[in-house]
Design a binder for this molecule. Structure first.
Ligand code: PEP
Length: 249
């Protein structure tokens, strides 16, 4: 079977002013060196997407968004449509991040609508799933992940329009990571789910690992079977760290 090209995606969360553009410039400068190994995507706050996309034109780094509204336009004060993100130069949208699920009460049905909104605008949807510490302690990890995949992934998902990110909530921003053995088990479970629901496309879809990925653990995590890249939070704010993680692929 054909190897799946890894994707290293950075999620800047609510961090980044215009002054941080220099960090993005450094990523653009270093991208050529790692582009043989992985695709690179940076998802800054929405306020920086247009400027970053402009800078990234013709470069190996793609620019993405962290969320979108399901609708294309309308009376939704403060929200941003996928079409607007596409217009600003985004090529992908993270949907269903655990911080949005927790802070904004987003459930699987809404996440699925947002993924469909990304497609409607011609963008890739990066759908996040993952269990909390309490769910893990209760031995519910696989049930939770299965439920989220079932509810959050739209019919019509393909290897080209959808990326799954497995992000155990307890590993996000904590410095904790699952063991390679745990990651292999859960990614294997996700692969089986995708292959069974989406057939040949499911076998080729990228499954990212996310949660405290840093240069020192990236190579070990990226070497795990069915890990096809990373979704990186904190360490994606520094060009040197982000590029070092991509080199670990
Ligand atoms: C994330 O929130 O997507 C994430 C993986 O964060 P961190 O790398 O900081 O744990």
């Amino acid at each position: 079977t054909e190897a799946i090209r890894p994707l290293i995606a950075g999620n800047w969360k609510m961090n980044g002013l215009k002054a941080q553009a220099a960090e993005f410039d450094a990523m653009l400068n270093g991208a050529a060196e790692v582009s043989g190994k992985a695709d690179l995507l940076v998802c800054p706050p929405a306020t920086l997407i247009a400027a970053f996309a402009e800078k990234a034109r013709g470069n190996k780094v793609a620019v993405g968004a962290q969320d979108c509204h399901p609708k294309a336009s309308g009376a939704h004060t403060g929200d941003i449509a996928a079409e607007m993100l596409a217009d600003a130069g985004a090529s992908a949208i993270i949907v269903g991040h655990s911080e949005r699920r927790a802070d904004h009460g987003e459930g699987d049905a809404l996440v699925r609508q947002k993924a469909e909104a990304a497609w409607r605008a011609g963008l890739v949807a990066i759908v996040c799933v993952g269990e909390t510490q309490a769910q893990r302690d209760a031995g519910q990890t696989l049930d939770i992940v299965r439920g989220q995949l079932d509810g959050s992934l739209p019919d019509g998902s393909t290897a080209a329009n959808l990326v799954v990110a497995y992000e155990p909530v307890w590993a996000i921003g904590t410095g904790l990571t699952p063991t390679a053995k745990d990651v292999e088990q859960i990614h294997g479970f996700i692969r089986e789910f995708l292959s069974s629901r989406f057939k040949a496309d499911g076998a080729k879809m990228r499954i990212l690992y996310g949660g405290s990925v840093k240069p020192s653990n990236a190579a070990e995590l990226m070497a795990v079977k069915n890990v096809n890249g990373a979704l990186v939070g904190g360490a994606s704010l520094k060009a040197a760290d982000f590029l070092a993680i991509a080199k670990g692929c």
